[in-house]
Write a protein that binds this ligand. Sequence first.
Ligand code: SF4
Length: 347
Amino acid sequence: MNRKPLFIAADLYGCPNRCLHCWLGRMQSRPMEKGADEWIVSRFRPYFDTITFFSWLREPDFCPDYREQWERDQKLSVNAAPPRFELGSFWRLVRDPEYAAFLKEAGVSCVQLTFFGTEETTDRYVGRKGAFRELLKATEILLDHEISPRWQIFINEENKEEIPLLLKLSEELDLQRRCRAFGGTFRFFVHSGSCEGENRKLYSVRICKDHIPGELIPYFYNYDALRPEKEWCGLWKEDPSHVIPHNTEDIVLYVANNYDLFFNFTHMRPEWRIGNLKRDSMDELVRRITEEDIPALREAGRITLGELVRLYGDSESEKAFEEEDYRIYLLNIHLERLYARQEQGPQ
Ligand code: SF4
C-alpha cells in the first residue's frame, strides 16, 4: 500500500471553452460513460491509502448535476475530502441562477475569471463569441453573492495594449470597493502563462519583459523572476543537470476521457502518457507511477539542460520566461520531436 496521498482529476465532462493558451492542450470535449468516476477510483483503491477524487480537470462543475457530482467526489474519495479551489465555471454562472449560491454553500469565497484583452480578443482566445460579456456578467453575479472575483489576465505581444484597458475597466467597475463591502478582496493579476499545451503555439507572440506596459508591473505575477530567453540560454548552455519533474509530497494524476493516464507535470500529450486504465494492468501502471518510470522521464534523465539549450534555445530571444516555464518548454520540444521521430519509425 502506498503512503503518498494520491489525487486523481478525471476529465469526466470536458470544457465549454477552447482557450488558445490552454496549458493542458487541445482535447475533445465529451462526457465519459456513466459510472466512470467510481470505476476509476476502484482501480486505485487497492494500492493507495489516501485518494482525493475530482470529477473535473478542465472546467469545474461543467455538468448539469454539479451538486450531486460534488457530493459523489466526496463520497468516492478515500480518507480524504476534495477541497474547493478559487475556481468555478463562468459558463455556468451566467446560465444557471442556482450555481452562485451552490458555490457559496460549498465555501468558495473567490472565483478566478480569465481575460485575454478587450471583447474581440477575449472572445477569440476563449474560442467562444460572447465570452467577454459572460465574464463581466459573471463578475456581477459573484459580487451579488458576496464572492470575490479574481481577474487573471494573459498578456502577450498581440494583446499587450489592451490589458491596461482591462485594469481601467476594473477600476471603473469599482471592484475593489465592492468586494471590501462584504469583507472580500478583488485581485487583478497579469502573467504570460507557461509555454506548454496550446500556449506553446503562442511562442511567436510571447511578451518581452521590456514590452510589459509600466502600469501593469505592480500587477504582474512574479515579475522579478522573469528573464529574457537569451539570459537563460547564457546561464545554462553548459549546465550538466537534468530537467526531471518529480512528485514530492503527493502524486497527482490526470485521467483523460479515453482513460489515458498522465502526471500533472505538464501538458497531456502522447509522449507523457503513463498508460491506459482500460488496457494496461494496474500493477504495471502503479509501478510506473510510483517509480516515475515512463519514457518521457527516462529521456529527461538522459539529456542535460545544457544540451537542451544548445539544441532548442534561442540565444538572441528577448521573450520573457520564468525559470521553471523555460526548462519545461525546452524539454517538451525535445520530447515532442523525439516522439514524432519514433512514430515515423526507421526511414
Ligand atoms: S484553459 Fe481551462 S477553460 Fe480554457 S480550454 Fe483549457 S481547461 Fe478549458
